[in-house]
Design a protein around this ligand. Structure first.
Ligand code: MN
Length: 202
């Protein structure tokens, strides 16, 4: 069963003014779609066909660049659309709130540390909030389309929140102002979704 481009749970203009509709449409229908198409090509007729995306990531041969780049691209963007969902955004509460306060001191400090990880990722990549079994959370970042599920990235646990800092995610609206895009992203996080991912991961 080939991978397919997931539908967004909202319209392309639903994240305005922080993320414009044109950026969203190109990001989803061109960038993400290309990762899905190229991932399917890369695994067709191989032993990797039929595995879930999580299985592909966890068992990845990091030398397999087509699956690393396009499988990572598919996994990462699928997560990104999910946590950006503007419907019923909720607020940080419960066990995840406690875990963030334990690790970072406060939600405000978490936002500063997360923004710093995203800002200082040189070139293209992602910053992540990951959850570990037992409940601890930590921030890390990865280059290109790598992610914490892949072996040996220096990130561990299950990603529950991620920000895409490739220029294609923000350049039309923000040009080189990555820090402004990162600040805007903070207002778009759907904490209900992040918390559900946290509860499932620990
Ligand atoms: Mn992207």
């Amino acid at each position: 069963m080939a991978f397919t481009l997931p539908q967004l749970g909202f319209d392309y203009n639903a994240l305005e003014p922080q993320i414009d509709a044109r950026t969203m449409e190109i990001h989803h229908t061109k960038h993400h779609n290309a990762y899905v198409t190229n991932l399917n090509k890369a695994i067709e007729g191989t032993a990797l066909e039929g595995k879930t995306i999580e299985e592909l990531m966890a068992g990845l041969d990091m030398g397999n660049m087509p699956v690393r780049n396009n499988g990572g691209g598919h996994y990462n963007h699928s997560l990104f659309w999910e946590i950006l969902n503007p419907t019923n955004k909720g607020y940080l509460t419960g066990p995840l709130r406690t875990a963030i306060e334990t690790s970072f001191g406060s939600k405000e400090q978490f936002e500063k540390d997360f923004a710093a990880a995203a800002t200082t990722r040189f070139g293209s990549g992602w910053a992540w909030l990951c959850a570990h079994k037992g409940g601890k959370v930590e921030i890390c970042s990865t280059p290109n389309q790598d992610n914490p599920l892949m072996p040996g990235t220096g990130c561990g646990g299950t990603p529950i929140l991620g920000i895409d800092v490739w220029e294609h995610a923000y350049y039309l609206n923000y040009q080189n102002r990555r820090p402004d895009y990162i600040q805007a992203f903070m207002d778009l996080i759907n904490w209900n979704v992040v918390e559900a991912r946290y509860n499932a991961a620990i």
